[in-house]
Structures are given as structure tokens and as C-alpha cells.
Design a protein around this ligand. Structure first.
Ligand code: G3I
Length: 302
């Protein structure tokens, strides 16, 4: 009858959404949120610039509002994100070398400790690989602190919150044949072989529709899962919200036992970061779109 309830019946999966703290006063928004979803991700409020705007001064107000709204209603929370090249506060953007490495690790430790027991999954590291055919790491101030910055972040997160599942999250890792997908796969394989603590991979899945939904998406999900990690569809949205593509994504997740759930990146089209593409399941007035019905039907028939 709802996205969350139907997903829960599929092996305890979740169906979630990104949430903006500024919209928690909008009753149309919260009515849909509370009715349909059993998982939330803060869209911006748990990013580095939001949580540590000045070095050493942490600001948890908006993050706490979202976490408390969710947890008081039995929704699980995904923490997004501890280490990322983007949305760094100004003081961090200007850092480099061991000073930056230590500041990053301090952020990971402080934030993961602060939310210990409240976060089911952390996106420990976000978007660390380059687009295109190189399969290389993305250049960034964090990458320039040394190639081991990712595993250092995962080790710090594990130590701070041993019960949270620790994920690597990225976009354009949906097509199994892409160099970026293969590069992330090799990193996870390497981490598992060396005992670096990683539990899951998040595929953001910002699709532009048509051929951008890769027919081998299910192969990608099952290949990561075969490495011994869970997989999550973490930021799903699809240009013009074609029912067929949404249905395929749900069916692919349900076909892979370790695909634990799906998060859409916003509730109404008007809430979306790409609102001009109408990529979500509810229209600007909060009405269910055709894609909503396709998703619910797929969840109920899987
Ligand atoms: O809150 C300020 C506001 O005070 C200011 O007046 C206004 C002027 O620009 O900016 C507001 O902040 C904006 C924020 O969203 C909240 O609306 C930022 O400029 C804007 O950059 C920010 O965009 C977010 C984007 O991440 C930033 O990288 C989007 O909302 C958010 O949906 C998007 O989410 C990312 C994921 O974290 C990672 N994967 C890709 C995804 C889409 O880009």
C-alpha cells in the first residue's frame, strides 16, 4: 500500500528519500514522507560544510532535526557524507597535505562518534573516482594527501561507530562496462582482500532516461554483491520519470539479495535538484505520478 511497507515485505528492504530540513515545516511534504518512506538521507545537512562550518566548531541542528524526525517514526537513516571533495567548508578547501588528512580524519571521527547508534549506513567516502575512461581517482585536495586517504577514512569510521555499515558511494558506476565502475569494483575487491572495513557500495543512480539506464545494471549490482558487500541504490532519479526505467531499477534490486533498498533523491519534482527534469515519483502538488504506480506494482510483485 506504500513504498516503504511494500519494500519491507521484500526481505526487509527499505524505500527511502532524501530529505531537506527546510521542508519539514511543509505539511504536504511531511504527509508524503511519513506515509510512504521508511528510510531517509539528509540531502545536504550532514555534509562537511553543514556540520563543521568553522574548523573545530560543529553545527548539528539541521542534521538532528532530520535524524529525529526519521527515528521517531521508525525510519532508518543513511549518513551522507563524511569525506568528499565537494561541499567542503572554506577552511578545508584551502588545506593540503598532512594538515588536511588530519582534519578529514578528525571530522570522520567526531561526526561518526556524535551520531553513533543513530545511523544505519554511512557514506564514508563520496565520489572519489574520475569520470571517463581512465579508471583513475578523481583529482582533489583529499586525493593529493595520498592514495590511502579512502581506506584511512573507512578505518576511522569503523573505530568511531563499529555498528554502522560503511559504504563507498558514487555516480556513473551503474554500467558494468564503464572504466569507472571497474575501478570502484577493483578498489572494493582490494579492500576486502586486505581487511579494510567496507560493508557496502552505494550506486547513486542519477539517470537521464533512455539508454542511460544500462541493461547490465543488474550485473553491476550482483557483481559488487559477489565481493561480499551490500549494495544500495542511494540517490535515484530519472529524467522525465519514465515508468519503464523505474520498474527496471526496482526489479533489478529485488533480483539481488544483497540490494538492501532504494532511496529516491527527493519527494516531489519541485523538491529535486533537477526539478526542470521532473525526475521523481510525485508531482509538484504531491500527486502520485505514473512512475509511482510502476514502482509500487514492482515492489508488490517481486
Ligand atoms: O542553503 C543555501 C542558501 O542559503 C543559499 O542562499 C543558496 C544560494 O545558492 O544556496 C543554498 O545552498 C544550496 C544547497 O543545495 C541547498 O539548497 C547550494 O548552493 C547547492 O549547491 C546545494 O546543492 C546540492 C548539491 O548536492 C551540492 O553538491 C543539492 O541540493 C543536492 O541535491 C546535491 O546532492 C548531491 C549528492 O550530495 C551527491 N550526489 C549528487 C547529488 C546531486 O548533485
Amino acid at each position: 500500500s506504500t513504498l516503504g511497507a511494500s519494500a519491507a515485505e521484500q526481505g526487509g528492504r527499505y524505500f527511502g528519500t532524501a530529505v531537506a530540513a527546510s521542508r519539514l515545516n511543509d505539511s504536504t511534504y511531511t504527509t508524503i514522507l511519513n506515509r510512504e518512506f521508511n528510510q531517509v538521507t539528509a540531502e545536504n545537512e550532514m555534509k562537511i560544510d553543514a556540520l563543521q562550518p568553522q574548523q573545530g566548531q560543529f553545527s548539528y541542528g539541521n542534521a538532528d532535526r532530520i535524524v529525529q524526525h526519521a527515528r521517531s517514526r521508525g525510519m532508518q537513516v543513511r549518513g551522507h557524507t563524511l569525506a568528499w571533495h565537494s561541499q567542503q567548508p572554506g577552511w578545508m578547501q584551502n588545506m593540503s597535505g598532512s594538515t588536511l588528512r588530519n582534519a578529514m580524519l578528525n571530522h570522520v571521527t567526531t561526526v561518526a562518534t556524535r551520531f553513533r547508534g543513530q545511523i544505519a549506513w554511512w557514506d564514508v567516502v563520496n565520489e572519489a573516482f574520475a569520470d571517463g575512461g581512465s579508471g583513475a581517482r578523481r583529482d582533489s585536495n583529499l586525493q593529493r594527501t595520498g592514495n590511502d586517504w579512502i581506506e584511512a577514512a573507512f578505518r576511522a569510521a569503523r573505530q568511531a561507530d563499529p555498528n554502522a555499515s560503511l559504504c563507498y558511494n558514487d555516480y556513473n558506476i551503474d554500467n558494468w562496462n564503464d572504466a569507472k565502475t571497474q575501478a570502484v569494483y577493483r578498489m572494493v575487491q582490494d579492500f576486502k582482500s586486505r581487511g579494510v572495513p567496507i560493508d557496502c557500495v552505494g550506486l547513486q543512480s542519477h539517470f537521464t532516461g533512455g539508454s542511460n539506464y544500462p541493461s547490465n545494471y543488474r550485473t553491476t549490482l550482483s557483481s559488487f554483491a559477489a565481493l561480499g558487500v551490500d549494495v544500495h541504490i542511494t540517490e535515484l532519479d530519472i529524467r522525465n520519470a519514465p515508468s519503464e526505467a523505474y520498474r527496471n531499477v526496482v526489479n533489478d534490486c529485488l533480483a539481488v539479495a544483497r540490494c538492501k533498498g532504494i532511496t529516491v533523491w527527493g519527494i516531489r519534482d519541485s523538491d529535486s535538484w533537477r526539478s526542470n527534469e521532473s525526475p521523481l515519483l510525485f508531482d509538484g502538488s504531491g500527486n502520485k505520478k505514473a512512475a509511482y504506480n510502476a514502482v509500487l506494482t514492482a515492489l508488490n510483485s517481486g
